[in-house]
Design a protein around this ligand. Structure first.
Ligand code: B3K
Ligand code: ZN
Length: 883
């Protein structure tokens, strides 16, 4: 059969072409007989014409890929071969009934051959499924679109010894023995759902059990399934699940709705996790944790991803998306919800800083390059390419801005209304916005532009203070740069939180009539002016507090103003932000000096400001660690924007780190020792914050003096009693060209080799060394027995870390880094196109490079594009990047 997903010119799907389905599916009975090379799937669909679509007695086209059709019955009668057509992508009934009917389809598929990890596949002997976005069509012929909602009953049959555990969506109904050493289980999910939420898992799995009583007193069984022997690594995930369930009741009034909630951890997975109804499937990296295997960052990721998938039960599952263009309706909203969860249970400021860092490192460059697209895209070739930072992270920012505009109470009422109005439906962004409008009484029509317009707005703010009249004039202007397909942009509604900081704290600000001025300026025009009165002294402007809008900001503040805000802003987020802006400006100047062959300099005022932060015991250690962390090389590259010289950026950043490490040496050493966390490991935020500050101190000390830094890191590595301390020591050593580096990596490997998640850490750390030799090392590691193109975690650990986190080696002036990535993409694409396309995104900023590297990168991207029978996933990404 021709592989229809690898065509020369793949078709484009457009939002404007959306039409409701002519047919609906009310119930599905799915019967799967599992076998590694030939799984038989019988599907019984109760269908009817969609009353909302004028009946035409038309043909019925079902989606299907990589399937073998074995039989087809309509209302019990076998269909004649002339009555239908099968292609590599579809099964079409030429004449479908205009009344309710039953369609029975028998197909087979090959889970073992499924290296794309979409549909039904085997991971380490475990059968599992991944259907979002369009994987269900690789299990059976179906109307594979999110607006067709059906009630599913699933019967799974497999060999008792190979698959002792058989799991499906919903509640367990029946199980028993079958012929030939087989057994079966029947699961029923009473909630209508689109097929992308279907899941089944079967294999030899161990189970950790718990229970949860919902607010209304319903008893829910909780189960986490893992490979036997890993049960002792599930405690944190289970704890996180229970806390998520409680939080959603308290914060959003949302209760769980089935008798059982299951999580399965598998080792081969294309992304983090998947919210299938009642049966979440997870990359085991985001489930398994024990103090000696997982870092504080792993613990925090597990907590927020467990929460995210759980929260999808309402935002995504009970209310799903009408079409894939509305993806942000469930993803942006659910990210917003998981961010709020973390904010409530940990430090709000530290969480906000982490989210803004993510937005800046992932989403801003996406919005500024060839892959820019609106939060609600208007077209796609392969929808899997649109699970992006823009849809997820910027999507969450849009929900946050709406809450700022209508206020917290109205926002909660709007969410209640949304759940009430659209439960059981496949909804749109317009319907979500309508709930915000109806609950708040505020017209939000213009807000839709945020969903439809790509690009990061640039807001320029200037102030003029007039001492005699005690007035401050504040002028803001907005522009959004053109993005592919959107040459001109309209003004957006931008909520900008602000305060005027005086010598003794925030100044009260009033309007001309003496009423208090709002804390949030609403910028709606291209240019706007506000006049603030009774401003008793010349203030320093603290603007976009808490990052109230996802914008780039150009505020006319002096260096002295920034240093003042670093120490005095009452908004802790903006203290951090002031430091970041200061450091970025300084690093850009240092980079330029290096490029122009000028001498570098030191900046005592800045290091003094950092010293005050480091010594300020009123600030949490976690926040102090954030304040002391310089912007990344990636941040600086996107700040500079053109003719980027990655080596110069790296050297400038190293120069400043070394300078800070030298000038704060004594305080950093003290902090390093004072913040040691005694006793058994606990992942709580306070302990993690202490460890973060220690790690930050270690990094700066090692930057100042590699020899003594390596010694300190080695001592930590040798004495560490938990993975966080082991890993931070190793991460420091991995970036130092010192003998301790390889010694530590070798020791670590001895410990890691029996544990795939530790091998991932070992691979990742070898890929981030900022030296030319890293290139050869990565090449060598691609041949390591643990590395496999069939294992996304390995590919991401080695190649993802290299391309995304090591600008120096990836952008090696020889161009060999680009050759390495291109070679990998061409080899990976036939195996796993989704992961290949995701990694290809690392080429997206090639046009911002200096001319030589630009040419070298272009040659490699073109080489990829010229590859034989590329997947449409990769065709879309490389095509867009080169366009
Ligand atoms: N909804 C899934 C992502 C599916 C990705 C498909 N390529 C996980 C999540 O966002 O929760
Ligand atoms: Zn999600």
């Amino acid at each position: 059969m021709e592989d229809a997903t690898r065509t020369e010119t793949p078709p484009t799907t457009r939002l404007v072409d959306y039409r409701p389905s002519a047919y609906l599916i009310d119930t599905v009975f799915l019967d799967l007989r599992l076998a590694p090379r030939e799984t038989i799937v019988r599907s019984r669909l109760e269908m009817r014409p969609n009353p909302a679509v004028p009946a035409s007695g038309a043909s019925l086209t079902l989606d299907g890929e990589a399937l073998t059709l074995r039989s087809l019955h309509l209302d019990g009668a076998a269909l004649d071969a002339h009555a239908y057509t099968v292609t590599g992508e579809h099964l079409t009934l030429h004449q479908a009934p205009v009344r309710p009917f039953v369609l029975e389809i028998e197909t087979s598929c090959d889970p073992e051959a499924n290296t794309e990890l979409s549909g039904l596949y085997r991971s380490n002997g475990i059968y599992c499924t991944q259907c979002e976005a369009e994987g269900f069509r690789r299990i059976t012929y179906y109307l594979d679109r999110p607006d067709v909602l059906a009630v599913f009953t699933t019967r799974i049959e497999g060999a008792r010894d190979e698959t002792p555990i058989l799991l499906g969506n919903g509640n367990p109904k029946e199980s028993g023995r079958a012929a030939n050493g087989h057994h079966f289980a029947i699961w029923h999910d009473p909630f209508p759902k689109p097929c992308y939420l279907f899941a089944m898992v079967a294999g030899d799995l161990a189970c950790v059990d718990d229970r949860f009583t919902t607010a209304s007193g319903r008893d829910v069984a909780l189960r986490i399934y893992v490979e036997p022997g890993k049960e002792d690594r599930c405690g944190w995930a289970m704890d996180s699940l229970k806390r998520s369930m409680r939080w959603d009741e308290e914060a959003f009034g949302r209760e769980y709705d089935l008798d059982i909630f299951m999580i399965v951890a598998v080792s081969d997975f294309n992304m983090g996790a998947m919210e299938n109804k009642g049966l979440n499937v997870f990359n085991d990296k985001y489930v398994l944790a024990r103090p000696d295997t997982a870092t504080d960052a792993d613990y925090a990721n597990i907590e927020s991803i467990i929460a995210h998938e759980y929260f999808h039960n309402w935002t995504g599952n009970r209310i799903t998306c009408r079409d894939w263009f509305q993806l942000c309706l469930k993803e942006g909203l659910t990210v917003f919800r998981d961010q709020e969860f973390t904010t409530d249970i940990r430090s709000g400021t530290v969480k906000r800083i982490a989210d803004v860092r993510l937005l800046r490192t992932q989403q801003f460059p996406e919005d500024a390059g060839p892959l820019a697209h609106p939060v609600r895209p208007e077209k796609y070739i392969e929808i899997n390419n649109f699970y992006t930072a823009t849809v997820y992270e910027k999507g969450a920012e849009l929900v946050r801005m709406m809450r700022s505009l209508i206020g917290r109470r109205a926002f909660r009422a709007a969410m209640d209304l949304y759940f009430e109005r659209h439960d059981g439906e496949a909804a749109t962004i317009e319907q979500f916005l309508r709930c915000m409008e109806d609950a708040s009484g505020r017209e939000l029509g213009s807000f839709l532009r945020w969903y439809n317009q790509a690009g990061t707005p640039l807001v320029t703010v200037t102030t003029a203070y007039d001492a005699p009249s005690q007035t401050l004039e504040l002028r803001a202007e907005q522009t959004t740069p053109p993005t592919p397909g959107q040459p001109s942009k309209a003004p957006l509604i931008i909520p900008i939180a602000f305060a005027l900081v005086g010598s003794k704290g925030d100044l009260p600000v009033t309007n001309a009539d003496g009423t208090p001025a709002p804390e949030i300026l609403e910028l709606t025009q291209a240019s706007q002016v506000w006049r603030l009165h009774e401003v008793t002294e010349r203030p320093v402007l603290s603007i976009n507090r808490g990052f109230s809008a996802p914008i780039r900001l150009n505020a006319s503040l002096s260096d002295a103003d920034r240093l003042f805000l670093m120490g005095h802003d009452s908004d802790a987020f903006n203290r951090w932000e002031a430091g970041q802006i200061y450091a970025k400006a300084l690093l850009v100047k240092l980079t330029r000096a290096l490029v122009e062959g000028r001498r570098l300099w030191e900046d005592p005022a800045y290091s003094e400001a950092l010293r005050s932060s480091l010594l300020d015991d009123r600030l949490s250690p976690a926040l102090r660690a954030e304040l002391l962390t310089l912007p990344t090389e990636g941040d600086l590259a996107s700040e500079i924007g053109t003719s980027i010289e990655p080596d110069a950026i790296h050297l400038a950043r190293r120069h400043l780190s070394a300078y800070i490490g030298r000038s704060l040496r004594d305080e950093l050493r003290q902090a390093y020792h004072r913040h040691a966390v005694p006793g058994p490991y606990s992942p709580d935020p306070a302990s993690a914050g202490n460890r973060a500050l220690r790690a930050c101190a270690l990094t700066l000390l090692a930057a100042a003096d590699a020899a003594s830094g390596a010694q300190l890191a080695w001592a930590q590595f040798a004495a560490a009693e938990n993975m966080t301390e082991t890993f931070s020591a190793l991460a420091t050593l991995a970036r130092l060209d010192r003998p301790e580096r390889d010694a530590a990596l070798e020791q670590f490997y001895e410990r890691a080799k029996s544990d795939p998640l530790l091998v991932d850490k070992w691979l990742a750390l070898q890929a981030v060394g900022p030296f030319p030799s890293t290139l050869d090392r990565v090449r060598t590691l691609m041949g390591h027995p643990e590395f496999s193109l069939k294992k996304p975690n390995k590919v991401r650990a080695l190649i993802g870390s290299f391309a995304a986190l090591n600008p120096v080696a990836f952008n090696d002036r020889s161009g060999r880094g680009y050759v390495l990535l291109a070679d990998l993409l061409l080899a990976l694409d036939p195996v796993n196109p989704q992961v290949a396309a995701r990694l290809a995104g690392n080429f997206k900023s090639w046009r911002m490079l200096e001319p030589n590297r630009q040419a070298l990168a272009r040659r490699q991207i073109e080489r990829v594009r010229a590859g034989d029978s590329l997947s449409r996933d990769l065709v879309e990404i490389v095509g867009t990047i080169l366009a």
